[in-house]
Design a protein around this ligand. Structure first.
Ligand SMILES: [Zn+2]
Length: 220
């Protein structure tokens, strides 16, 4: 049984307030392409990211808007921008890096919210049962091929609204020779929460929050 790969290009999630600061009062996002996770989309809108060492232009904004603004970049991007972005699960932004976001109508000096997303697999509840995983487990995933390797510390995320997908960033994809639509295989499930009251909390993870970050499976 294999898991499809979704490669996430750098992207930005915006709060409504920050969206209006960057694009003007009353601004909304205009869907350009649906993403693999239901309800999530790449928007027509982009922003520029400016760090102390460099700028990356036209970074895609993903919708819908979120409670908090979050920027997800690769380690290579972080070097180019000159920011020290930590590897984090989506939504865990405390003490993360900052950046200047530049839009057509304004800019935002983001103090925190810039992360390198921790690699993860989205499972529906049914998929989770099929694969024998629980929310919060860590997985080892085997990649075949010329640059084959095993990804460790892959976080399992379970929610009834999710669609099976292994999300990695462009650095990870390039290092392993992977593209969106390729497949990987679970070789080990580490049940980190077997003795804790953690199971069954899947329902409490509201996918409208940044915890369920969605990425660009298509737009690279
Ligand atoms: Zn994801």
């Amino acid at each position: 049984m294999n898991i499809p790969v979704g490669v996430s290009a750098r992207h930005v999630h915006l709060s409504q307030q920050d969206l209006e600061t960057l694009f003007g009062p009353g601004a909304g996002l205009h869907p350009k392409k649906e993403l693999s996770q239901p309800g999530q989309f790449a928007s027509e809108e982009t922003v520029d990211l400016q760090g102390p060492r460099g700028t990356i232009e036209k970074v895609r904004i993903l919708g819908p808007v979120r409670p908090k603004t979050q920027v997800e970049i690769s380690k290579t991007d972080a070097v180019k921008l000159g920011v020290d972005a930590p590897v984090r699960e989506s939504g865990d932004i405390q003490g993360s890096a900052g950046l200047l976001l530049i839009g057509p109508q304004g800019h935002i000096e983001l103090q925190t919210g810039v992360i390198v997303a921790a690699r993860h697999v989205h499972f529906s509840e049914e998929d989770a049962r099929t694969f024998g995983v629980h929310n919060g487990d860590e997985l080892d995933l085997q990649v075949q091929g010329e640059r084959g390797l095993i990804f460790n510390h892959v976080v399992a995320r379970v929610n009834k609204a999710y669609k099976l997908d292994f999300h990695i960033d462009t650095d990870e994809a390039n290092a392993a020779g992977l593209h969106t639509g390729d497949e990987v295989e679970i070789v080990e499930v580490h049940d980190l929460h077997a003795d804790e009251d953690f199971r069954g909390n899947e329902e409490k993870r509201d996918i409208s929050t940044p915890v369920a970050a969605e990425r660009q499976a298509v737009v690279k």
